[in-house]
Design a binder for this molecule. Structure first.
Ligand code: AKG
Length: 184
C-alpha cells in the first residue's frame, strides 16, 4: 500500500489513514506480512439516532478461503457504554462461524442458542484515537446510542494476500471457517 505522511502527521495515500505504518505493523503481526487492503467505512453513531449493530462475525458477510482477515476500528470520539462502544465476546474468534440465519435466510446476525450471553460481553471503552482490532470471527455488537454524544469510528479492513473470496460457501450452515488450523 502506498502512503505519505504530511506535516500534520496524518498519512494520505490510496488507502488514506488505513495505511499508517504503525497500524500496518500491528495488522502484519495479526495476519502475516503479505497484507492487502480490503475495504473501509465510517460508522457514525449519532446522539439518540445511532442504531443497534446486532451480534455478528464479519466473516459471515464476506466468506474467504481462510480467516486471516482483520478490521481496525479507530474510535474518532471517546467511546463508553453510554455512547454505545463496541462490545465483544472474548475467545469467540476461536470457536468457528456461528449461524447468521433466521428461518433459513441470511440475516447477518446471530440469534437463538448461538447468541452470546450479554452478561459475558466485554464493553471496549477507550478514548478517541484508540484502535480496536477485530478478527473476522470475533462476535461483536453495539447498542443503540441513547446518549447526547456522537460515537464515530473509521474502520479500515485488511486481508492476507492468500485469503480469497469464497463465493461458493453456502451461507446457511454454520461451519468451521478454517479447515486446517485454528484462528491466529
Ligand atoms: O461500529 C460499531 O458499533 C460496530 C462495527 C461493526 O460491527 C462492524 O463493522 O462489523
Amino acid at each position: 500500500m502506498e502512503s505519505s505522511e504530511q506535516s500534520d502527521g496524518i498519512p494520505r495515500g490510496r488507502a488514506g489513514g488505513g495505511a499508517h505504518p504503525r497500524l500496518l505493523d500491528v495488522v502484519e503481526q495479526l495476519i502475516g506480512p503479505d497484507v492487502l487492503f480490503h475495504y473501509s467505512k465510517l460508522h457514525l453513531k449519532a446522539p439518540h439516532v445511532g442504531s443497534v449493530v446486532e451480534w455478528h462475525q464479519d466473516f459471515s458477510y464476506y466468506p474467504h478461503t481462510n480467516t486471516d482477515l482483520v478490521t481496525a476500528l479507530i474510535y474518532l470520539d471517546d467511546a463508553t457504554t453510554e455512547n454505545a462502544c463496541l462490545r465483544a465476546m472474548p475467545g469467540s474468534h476461536r470457536r468457528g462461524l456461528a449461524d447468521h440465519c433466521v428461518d433459513g435466510h441470511f440475516r447477518g446476525k446471530v440469534t437463538g442458542p448461538d447468541a452470546p450471553d450479554p452478561a459475558q460481553a466485554v464493553p471496549i471503552e477507550a478514548p478517541a484515537g484508540s484502535v480496536v482490532f477485530i478478527h473476522c470471527l470475533l462476535l461483536h455488537y453495539s447498542s443503540p446510542n441513547r446518549s447526547d454524544r456522537f460515537r464515530r469510528a473509521f474502520l479500515p479492513a485488511y486481508r492476507a494476500a492468500d485469503a480469497y473470496p469464497d463465493l461458493l460457501r453456502p451461507p446457511r450452515e454454520p461451519q468451521r471457517a478454517r479447515r486446517d488450523a485454528p484462528a491466529r
